[in-house]
Write a protein that binds this ligand. Structure first.
Ligand SMILES: Cc1cc2nc3c(=O)[nH]c(=O)nc-3n(C[C@H](O)[C@H](O)[C@H](O)COP(=O)(O)O)c2cc1C
Length: 339
């Protein structure tokens, strides 16, 4: 199955909820929530893509970086690439209703595993969405990371226990979902918490803990204080608050502030291996990809997800050769063009 076939099949299965645009930039789907778009004007989704597009790379070819190593270690596990599948949930609500949630999540998690990487699963109103992710992670021998909504503390801990039982690699909470419309409409309790409250929740598990949805240095420092092992610099693909900056705009100062103390992951608008390279140069240790892998899962199941991840890996290797980086550790801001 080639990319064009995957996209064509995805387009049919999305039933208009995603146009599968040539460039997935949040313009055609602006405001479409439920759906695949960004909230309101779509500006936060669009800003993610624009922030990455604005970054130019220094082409360097006189060196000996001919076989770049893109292996990445995540919480003691060796990954083939620093590219992970982001949690994408609510398939029935957001993606046209033609593909069952379990099949979609299986494609994301199984496809990532087959590529030598790992995927995350999401959460939504009720117990089914999170439970589906847990079942799929179990079926994949624990190779997955469930992300819980910022629910009441006891409800988060219940879900952490489920993650532990299936041997998940880590667990996390998308803290940027504190006011997410779908949960609020469904009458589910989500809301912000203090550093002290996070300290208690994080101390309740031995699993590495991820706080996803960090967009400020203050929140990143609070995540360190709370005991998180990693953060994801993310605005939820522009789906929670209109008019935020792009994630690539805020990543450098966040990575600078906390990069020594924790793993810094980032997502939002990553559309190629070259975008992965840019995020790494801005200070991320690894990136998450959302919509492009969701399209691959809809149109090509696990095979589609594996194919797109491998394409990103090939593009990353090529971009590293062309910027003179032999390893991920060698990628830094010196490869970025500054006037
Ligand atoms: C339809 C949809 C559902 C999502 N569900 C979740 C979720 O349940 N939990 C979560 O942490 N993030 C969720 N996200 C956000 C993604 O994990 C990720 O942050 C975002 O999609 C990255 O941007 P990108 O799609 O431009 O790559 C969702 C995104 C989309 C498009």
């Amino acid at each position: 199955m080639n990319t064009a076939e995957i996209k064509q099949t995805a387009k049919e299965r999305f039933q208009g909820t995603c146009r599968v645009c040539r460039i997935c930039d949040g313009r055609a789907c602006a405001g479409e929530m439920p759906g695949m778009g960004g909230i309101g004007t779509g500006s936060s989704f669009i800003a993610n893509v624009e922030a990455l597009a604005a970054i130019k790379l220094n082409l360097r070819t006189i060196h000996n970086a001919s076989e770049p190593d893109i292996g990445f270690e995540l919480f003691g596990h060796e990954l083939s690439m620093p590219v992970l599948a982001a949690p994408v949930a609510g398939v029935r609500l957001n993606m046209g209703g033609t593909v069952p949630e379990a099949d979609f999540v299986m494609a994301m998690i199984g496809g990532s595993k087959a590529a030598g990487s790992v995927g995350m699963t999401g959460d939504g109103p009720g117990k089914v969405v999170y439970g589906t992710g847990i079942d799929v992670i179990k079926a994949n021998g624990g190779q997955g990371i469930p992300i819980v909504k910022p629910r009441l503390a006891e409800d988060i801990v219940t879900r952490i226990r489920q993650a532990e039982e299936v041997g998940a690699w880590a667990v996390g909470v998308d803290v940027d979902a504190v006011g997410i419309i779908g949960m609020v409409r469904a009458g589910e309790s989500v809301g912000p918490k203090t550093v002290e409250a996070w300290q208690k929740i994080i101390a309740a598990t031995d699993l590495p803990f991820i706080l996803k949805g960090i967009m400020s240095v203050d929140d990143a420092r609070a995540a360190v204080e709370a005991g998180a092992a990693a953060i994801v610099v993310s605005n939820h693909g522009g789906r929670v608050l209109d008019h935020t900056p792009g994630t690539a705009d805020v990543l450098p100062e966040i990575a600078e502030a906390v990069g020594e103390n924790m793993l810094v992951l980032a997502d939002g608008g990553v559309r190629s291996g070259t975008d992965v390279l840019k995020m790494l140069a801005l200070g991320a240790n690894a990136v998450l990809v959302g919509r492009p892998l969701a399209i691959a899962a809809m149109g090509g199941e696990a095979e589609g997800v594996t194919a797109v991840l491998n394409q990103y890996a090939d593009q990353l290797r090529s971009a590293m050769i062309l910027t003179g980086c032999a390893s991920l550790a060698e990628i830094d801001e010196s490869i970025l063009f500054c006037r």
